[in-house]
Every structure is written in C-alpha cells, then in structure tokens.
Ligand binder design. Structure first.
Ligand SMILES: [Fe+2]
Ligand SMILES: [Fe+2]
Length: 234
C-alpha cells in the first residue's frame, strides 16, 4: 500500500487534493494524544493550505460515523482491558489495550480528514457495557466483524465514487486493522485458557493502527516504511 507521505506527494503533483498533508503527519500527532477521545486535534503546519468545504458529501457523513465509532471503541477496549486484568486474562488485556491504541489512531486519522473537508469531528461517548471477559470478547468480535465486512467496505466504496483519496486512505487503514483485530480476538476466544497463562506484547503501527502479534509482521507497517517505529503494547 502506498504510504500517506508518498500518496500526498503523488496527489499534490496532480493538484487534485492538497488536504492530504495533514494525514501524512498523523503518526507523530497520534503518539501525543490523550487517552480520552477529544475532538480538538493538534494543527499541522500544512493545514494552512486551502480547504474545500464539502457539506453534502456522503463520505463526510461516513467519516463522522467512523470517527464516533472509533472514539467509542477506544473507550470500550480500555474498559475491557481493565476487566480482563481483574479476571486474570493478561494476554487478552494486552490485546484489548493494543486494539484501543489502534482505534485511537483511527479516530485521529478520521478527524484529520474531517477537518480538511471543512467540518469539525463530532462524537458522543457512551458508557461501555462491560460484562465478563468472555462476553466482552464476543461483543468485540461482533463489532470488528461488522466494521471489516460491512461498514468500512461501504465507506471505502463511497470514497472511491467521490475520488476522496485522503478518506480512502484512512478508511482503508482502519478496515485492515479491524480485520486483524477480529482475527486476533477470535484466536483469543478459541484459546482462552492458554491465553490466560500467557502475556503480550502486541505491536501497533502508529500510522495505520495495524495490529500484530508477531514482531516480524511489523515490517509491512506504513510507519516502519517511513522510517518510524511501531508501538509495543503490553
Ligand atoms: Fe478502528
Ligand atoms: Fe478494531
């Protein structure tokens, strides 16, 4: 996949999208974000470029929905991690924390694009329903599967129709990571007893939120391709 920096460079030359500059800086910004979702996003030097307001764009609506979903997923997974720690599922707690970090990165990626489209990111944080860890895991698999199979594919198709390359990139990053989350959660569900005696870490790409259990898999992380590092989450 073309990195955000390379994508920005390519598209800037065509004059089609000048707004991608902010997305190219996301990894640096996301590392400094607080743990609670906020709509106020740090400004980038490149955000002074011309911004086109697109109030009637279905993709803008989709990004707002995705921003809200990622904001709530971030909060929910942190709560699930605490519950998993309480119940002695150490490795699963690490996975919930890694996924929470990934959702935070997606949240901030989406927010950047929303802002470059001339709108303010809006979210409504609801108290997560925390049950037993096996039940939380089941809910997590259901949510990730929906995002992987339905929500993000629809949003990506619409972004293609609108030729919104910045939206396409942030939505594609998220879909890839949600697929990884669904797979890792399913692996945890199928090996819950053994996972109870194991620990992390997991690895999270600071640009795309891609989440892996194997360190070697981070070689394909866009952040690594840009000479940056991924996060190790325990
Ligand atoms: Fe996400
Ligand atoms: Fe996810």
């Amino acid at each position: 996949m073309m990195s955000s920096l390379k994508l920005y460079s390519t598209i800037k030359k065509t004059g089609t999208w000048t707004i991608l500059a902010s997305l190219a800086t996301l990894s640096v910004v996301s590392c400094r974000q607080p743990e609670t979702p906020q709509a106020n996003i740090e400004s980038s030097p490149l955000e002074t470029q011309e911004v086109s307001t697109q109030p009637d764009s279905p993709t803008l609506d989709n990004l707002q929905k995705a921003y809200n979903g990622e904001s709530n997923a971030h909060v929910m997974y942190l709560a699930f991690a605490n519950k998993a720690d309480e119940e002695g599922y150490q490795k699963l707690a690490s996975l919930f924390r890694a996924a929470a970090k990934a959702e935070e990165i997606h949240r901030d990626n989406h927010a950047k694009v929303i802002e470059t489209m001339g709108a303010l990111p809006k979210n409504t944080i609801t108290d997560p329903q925390v049950k037993s860890t096996p039940e939380n895991l089941k809910a997590a698999i259901k949510g990730e599967s929906y995002e992987r199979d339905t929500m993000y594919p629809e949003f990506i198709s619409q972004a293609k129709i609108e030729n919104n390359q910045a939206a396409l990139q942030t939505l594609t990053y998220a879909q890839k990571a949600e697929a990884q989350h669904a797979q890792l959660y399913t692996e945890a569900k199928n090996n819950l007893d053994s996972w109870r005696t194991q620990t992390g870490p997991f690895y999270v790409c600071t640009i795309s939120g891609e989440t892996t259990i194997q360190k070697t898999a981070t070689a394909e992380c866009p952040a690594v391709e840009e000479g940056e590092s991924y996060l190790e989450v325990n």
